[in-house]
Design a protein around this ligand. Sequence first.
Ligand SMILES: [Zn+2]
Length: 231
Amino acid sequence: MKHRTPGPSAPDRRRLLAGGGALLVVMTAGPLLAARPGGSGPRDGDRAPSGAPRASSSSSPSPASGWMPGATRRPLERNFVVGDRDAQRGLVLHVQEGEGSLYERFNTPGIKASSHFWVSQDGETEQYVSVLDRAWAQVDGNGSWASVETSGFATRPLTEAQIDSVSRIYAWGAATHGWPPSVSDAPGLPGLGIHSMGGAAWGAHECPGTLRAGQRTEIIRRVKDGRPPAG
Ligand SMILES: [Zn+2]
């Protein structure tokens, strides 16, 4: 995975991320949040600090809306940018080409790669970055798109549990951030996209492969049907 670092950012950190001290906070399952983020949020994000744990804040105005209830919350300490999202076009599907949580890899200093979500073969969902912040998963697509890594390999389809979990993530994003319930095959078209649709500007990856790309239809069908209930 090669990911370019984002452009210059203003040294204006307007808000703190909650939960910086804890590496693992299991969120309780609950109903989908109806709250929307206020406005477009801060765009002039700040690079995440290296090393020092971020101070916790229990009174920030709305960062909670960037974290999905029911996902295992494991906030990265680096390799993302606070704020710096210019749109909420939807979610980009990736394939891990491996197994196991990506938290340690994405939290490694200098790796310059991350994703908002990761889903295991069993459907376990971890969130590493608030969707109000910029993760580093698809280069020029990072400002407008959220991202989900799925464990396994491009030569094998998503498991039933993964389809279910990705549809839950998408349903949450649709409800809280306005992601449209449709498949996208172009960077300018909102929906559920794939890494490869961005071409060279997104790093020229074939990720996640035709098998998993084709499963987006079923994921979106479940989102439309309201199949992913809370929990
Ligand atoms: Zn990818």
